[in-house]
Design a protein around this ligand. Sequence first.
Ligand code: C2E
Ligand code: CA
Ligand code: CA
Length: 731
Amino acid sequence: MARPELMLETLLDLERARQREHELRLESEALVEGLKAITFSEDTDTLFAAILDVLRNLLAFDEGFILGVQDDGSFTPIVSTARRFVGSRWQPQSLFSRVLAGRPVAAFDVGLVPEWQAQAPELRAGTASALHLRLRGEAHPAILVCTHPEARYFGPAHVKLAERYTPLVSQALLTAELRDALRERDRFFDLSLDLMAVIGFDGCFRQVNRAWAHSLGYDGSALVGRDLRSLLHEDDREKAETALKQLTVSKDRSECEVRFRHRERNFRWLSCRAVAYADEQLIYLSARDVTDRVEAEQRLLHDALHDPLTGLTNRIGFMEPLRRALIQAQRHSGRCFAVMAIDVDRFKVVNDSLGHLAGDDLLKDLARRIQAVVRAGDVVSRLGGDEFAVLLTEINEPADAARIAQRLEERLKLPSCIQGQDVFATVSIGITLSNLGYQQAEEMLRDADTAMYFAKVQGKSRYVIFDRSMHHKAVNRLQLETELRKSIQAEQLTLHYQPIVALKDRRITGFEALLRWIHPEQGMVSPAEFIPVAEETGLIVPIGQWVFQEACRQARTWAQRYPERHTVVNVNISPRQFWQHNFVDYIKTTMSSLEVDPATVALEITESVIMYNAQEASDIFRALKDLGLKIYIDDFGTGYSSLSYLHRFPFDGLKIDRSFVQGMEQDDASRELVNTILLLAKNLSLKVVAEGVETTVQWERLRELGCGWAQGFLFARPQPGEDADGLLRRS
Ligand code: C2E
Ligand code: CA
Ligand code: CA
């Protein structure tokens, strides 16, 4: 049987324990409430007020305050339970250092503590003992000071209690501070002009800031939960997918520019930077709307690659797909493609006669028609001026290219209605095929161009497919051109003279001056070879001037030596020379400075100059006639000649082309034609010179038909001036 006093003690213990348990529950309930208050307090003041409240309940102190650190290192209360503490200053001495180091300090008698002694008496009034505790917060290191009117009120029990609970309070304080920081971050997040978002590794938005939402036409948090990829432009999805995969697997950083669909408008270009945090499975995104910049760049790029008139790609824009096609063809040997160079024939005539605006309209119309003929995947380009190029991306056999060229010729031949007028244009097309084994895109275009040039030479309005021999010819031609440029200075040019004789008695009445080029290596180069080149490059102008001066000198010499013979020197004038704007002036000043009698000079001009612009040609003929020169139509019958124009121009005569004269022996048609020309000339009182007479049969036929003059190997070959002089003397 237990002793009664022992029983009592046990009961008392039990009662005390129960009491203690009750107190603890109260304590912890108060603590929970207090911590809630701390955690959810709106600002620092309420936060510290709540802390103070909680601790007052826990530690059962009388009055208290929480000290915060000032800039000068001193401490002042942030909150306090009694008015008298407000505004007090506490110098940092060893007491606070110890407290801040983490140890609660209980002062049994504040009269012995220097910090307390330094304070005014009214502040100390009512405080006998005090407890000092550190509250751990990152942003706000703070010290709680509890006071009590009884000395020795705070002791080890309080310190123990404080050590048990202040960590919780500190934790709550940290949480509150963190939340403040988060709120700050949230505010910046929404305030930021940069677009910011957080997405999960699944690609869905967790957070999107206002700027981001607004840039895509949404409000606030409308995008949260949406899959980022569902907002992207189709063409950018793969790019985003790759970036996302890398971020979730291997890389922690990535940057890319993608298009996001705007809620109402098209797309916005966002330049995004991403950082992934694998632990949290989150990706932080920061972006900038770069639509204006990207669009400006695209515009610039477009302008750099396109022709503003037709909207087609330009030369640079053509070369890129051509290069790609070439690489493809090199990889897959079976594939073949073609390049076409297209040049509008006589485009200059349209431009000169109808004006540049009409010329532009014609080019636009042709561009449209070319596009209509080729396939959608083909590339049509305007290389410049009246030159187009087409890349036929896929053809099965070379004949396909030819068929397309044929179709182009047919379609482009149809009239274009320009400024209410039907304008006809034809084109010359050069084609080259990739199966010639090209390495460079430039080579392909060059060869297509060369073939086009051959199409021109062969009479325009046709297509020519390139073959290797053309390249050599083209290279030779280029060399010819370079050398021809130097020929005048190098004094490699000379004139030969071929007599023109009266058919009845073979007496020489004049000479045709024929140009010869004595090439240092090749010897005599035929004018048939170099005149077309000179014509095309414009070199014919200075060369023609040299010819005219030289022929004038010869005409003057003969006029001085044989004044009674009235020898006339015929000079060939090329169309390009004829259409020089100062042509008539040039002829006039040359003749007067060389003191030549205009009656001793005749000009030979081909029909094509009339076709170019009949009205203006007529004015120029008049002006030349007024100078006293004679004018002959050269190569009569070979051009587009309509006989009807003959009477409208002040010609002195015409020269029947060699081909008809030589045909007379074999076929009746040529004889008929010569006959008709002679009858016509007679009616119009024009002199007729038959060219290329080589046989006595031809001579006799021409005589029978009543032709007055002739020229040909039968009488004499073209020869140097001195030799011609000898012929004239003996004739
Ligand atoms: P073209 O004006 O028809 O000149 C007549 C051509 O016929 C000359 O050729 C002459 O040598 C050639 N010929 C003369 N008689 C006979 C003959 O009996 N049989 C044959 N088969 N041919 C004969 P060439 O000198 O080779 O000149 C060729 C062309 O070059 C000329 O044709 C003319 O269009 C052009 N040309 C020559 N010199 C000049 C020039 O100074 N200026 C310009 N613009 N063109 C010129
Ligand atoms: Ca001639
Ligand atoms: Ca001729």
